[in-house]
Design a protein around this ligand. Sequence first.
Ligand code: FAD
Ligand code: DLZ
Ligand code: SF4
Length: 506
Amino acid sequence: MDVLRVVLGDQLSRDVAALQGLNPKRDAVLMMEVRDETEYVPHHKQKLVLILSAMRHFAADLREAGIRVEYVNLDDPDNTESFTGELQRTVDRFKPCKVAVTEPSEWRVQQMVDDWKTGLNVPVEVLQDDRFFASHTRFREWAKGRKTWTMEHFYREMREEHDILMSHGKPEGGRWNFDADNRKRLPAKTTPPNRARFTPDEITRAVIEMVEEQFAQNFGTLEAFGWPVTRSEALAALDDFLQNALPHFGDYQDAMKAGAPFLYHSLIAPAINIGLLSPREVCVAAEAAWRGGDAPLNAVEGFIRQILGWREYVRGIYWALMPDYAAMNALKASRPLPEFYWSGVTDMHCMHQAIDSTRHHAYSHHIQRLMLTGNFALLAGVAPAEIEQWYLAVYADAFEWVELPNTHGMILYADGGILGSKPYAASGNYINKMSDYCKNCEYDVKVKNGKDACPFNYLYWNFFLKNQEKLKNNPRLWTAFSNIKNMSEERKKQIENDSKEFMNTI
Ligand code: FAD
Ligand code: DLZ
Ligand code: SF4
């Protein structure tokens, strides 16, 4: 054997670096299902099914194309349970001249790959993952010498560099950002479109059976599993989004509605993150929809910014600052994660909706993650590691390189402001403005204190009172702190007592 080409579970792209230049007559591909990966967090059952089924489909496609695949099943009696063990076993058996692997997406796995370079008796070539717009080096170059790492600045450079939504060196429509036209509340009578979901085939059904049996205690249900597990299903999911949801993506990007888990979101993060779709083709397709008159610019720019901007930017932050980034805890938050994040049992209707969708679909949309489960964790002072483990476990799209900066930086402000210039704290008023949740809640969003009051109302002020010393000089929080200045001692006491009492009940 010439080259043993390793493909990890989130590298399922036919043109991934480790597969480039493959010689079917002399090379082989190694894919490994291992317990180290299936158990490093208690993954949602749907996430396990998605990844294992997509891996098995990918291996089958490679074989069909005449490529030799060494595939290790989770139940293989000789499985050593780790990437390193399985690679060593394969190298010992086939004695390849070289091992080629695409750089892993997560720091944890990168440590293993670094050890391979010295620990295996064979040369190991680690190749850059060119599926992203910005390499690690490109992000570091951009970040070098800047006082603040502002996403919007990075995004504009990416737009220019990759010629996306540009016209003669200027942004299409004369503006870089159309957010001012976005973020509407969903009108009560508007029904979001039905979305493409994919019926499990024989391979997926076998994985479902295995997961139900071997991961019975894991979070989540499998009845509604409908994620794309092949390249052709992923393309169909993208097509469904472009036709049915993209035109309203911008308008209702921040909206929330009871019983509507998907709204106008793309649902493609799981497919992009495991390699079934490329971020580039997705941006190109969205731009083409605008150029063809099928979607307005505010929607298309808003969507492209999430992928070309946010997705690349959080990856850059992760790789520039790991492993120290994960250990930061600027607000010294220390509370354990409330049990209802796993059970969904809570009288807060908004939180129940977000957790219920998470349980049944391994999905909740961005604004639910940010302004509900994230906002609550921030206000309640949940320890970063506790809530990060939850986010990493429960979403079909969860990988640490994207989850960690969003949780640690965007919602918790645990990085002290590297990623966001202020914490995304919000009271019940915001949730009521953007959703229809409050009308069916046990709590009253209009009441500020006491047992009937919406908990987000007093927890919001309690958060600023508790973190006053750390946050009061932030110019973006001027309004909050000038309110606190004028607050009576009695009201402050009330806020503290209500918060304490509420937190004691959960
Ligand atoms: P859409 O709303 O349709 O957005 C389009 C695409 O843009 C997404 O598919 C995704 O690829 C990208 N995107 C959007 N927002 C972000 C963002 N903030 N960071 C990076 N990419 C973004 N996304 C993940 O892919 N994996 C995660 O583990 C993850 N964890 C998150 C944790 C928290 C606390 C928060 C606030 C956000 C997290 N996100 C994560 C970002 C975002 O919520 C998801 O990408 C999105 O909800 C996925 O659904 P969608 O495909 O329908 O996205
Ligand atoms: C998330 C995941 C799971 C649950 N299982 C596997 C697996 O058995 N084999 C595999 O190759 N990949 C798996 N993955 C995805 C890996 O965790 C992912 O490839 C790494 O996080 C990359 O850094
Ligand atoms: Fe959520 Fe408060 Fe509204 Fe209830 S009243 S749904 S807890 S924001």
